[in-house]
Design a protein around this ligand. Sequence first.
Ligand SMILES: NC(=O)c1ccc[n+]([C@@H]2O[C@H](COP(=O)([O-])OP(=O)(O)OC[C@H]3O[C@@H](n4cnc5c(N)ncnc54)[C@H](O)[C@@H]3O)[C@@H](O)[C@H]2O)c1
Length: 252
Amino acid sequence: MRGLAKKVGVVAGGGRGIGAATARRLSEEGAAVVIGDINQAWAEEIAVSIRSGGGKAIGMYLDGTKAASQAAIVKAALDEFGSLDFYHSNLAGGTEGDVDILNCPENVLDNSFAINTKSHFLATQAALPVLLERGSGTMIYTSSGAAISGNPIQVAYPMTKNAIHALVRHVARKFGKKGIRANGICPGVVMTEALKQHLSEDFAKAALAALPHTRLGQPGDIAGAVAFLASDDGQWINGQVWHVNGGSVLRD
Ligand SMILES: NC(=O)c1ccc[n+]([C@@H]2O[C@H](COP(=O)([O-])OP(=O)(O)OC[C@H]3O[C@@H](n4cnc5c(N)ncnc54)[C@H](O)[C@@H]3O)[C@@H](O)[C@H]2O)c1
């Protein structure tokens, strides 16, 4: 991919799964990455393994729902690597107790909004001023296919993920002329630790049977798309929400 070497970026929620794979891929492409996670040990572990392979990375604590923590991770990128070119806002959580609308407690919705929507708002508030000052940069948000597929078993998660799409379009429209790009990615079923914990083998079998592809997703499938959007190859992609899903949802 063109132009990723020497770029600097944050991967929020990069301690495992899709975020960790993305941090590794970005590093393989020559970028320096600051990995933030609420589980600091995970973030540091991924950074250590990237460094041991010759890449540039640091891992640190991030609570994406707190403005001060978001400001700290942006500052870390500037202090450690001298720049910020992209921010991959990938973290998610708060799905425990998230069921159908008649049975989902209000506090589950509040928590889900804090983690899955507000964190992206705060990430943008922290990173954008730096990108604007430089005159270029890109925000990449992880949404979910669940945002648009009509999920009968969870109400909060899809609502909170949909809000990201509005944020993508807001940032793209408002700041495109100033050299900023904003895009989202909706993964399909990707076999991460989190997914394996929450979903049964029967679900995975049924998902594969319904998929017009030979296999379910791997974290690296999403990492490749993020790297493309962060690279110069993605320069003319702005305001889009991409479905990277092996064909589970077919749409324009
Ligand atoms: N795996 C899938 O099939 C799938 C499908 C659709 C969308 N997604 C999305 O992809 C992204 C990554 O998913 P994953 O499967 O790798 O999940 P994951 O749970 O492994 O990754 C999320 C990471 O975010 C971190 N995190 C949670 N709350 C945080 C907070 N407040 N501050 C900082 N970090 C926090 C977690 O510790 C974790 O490391 C998420 O946005 C998820 O919604 C995943």
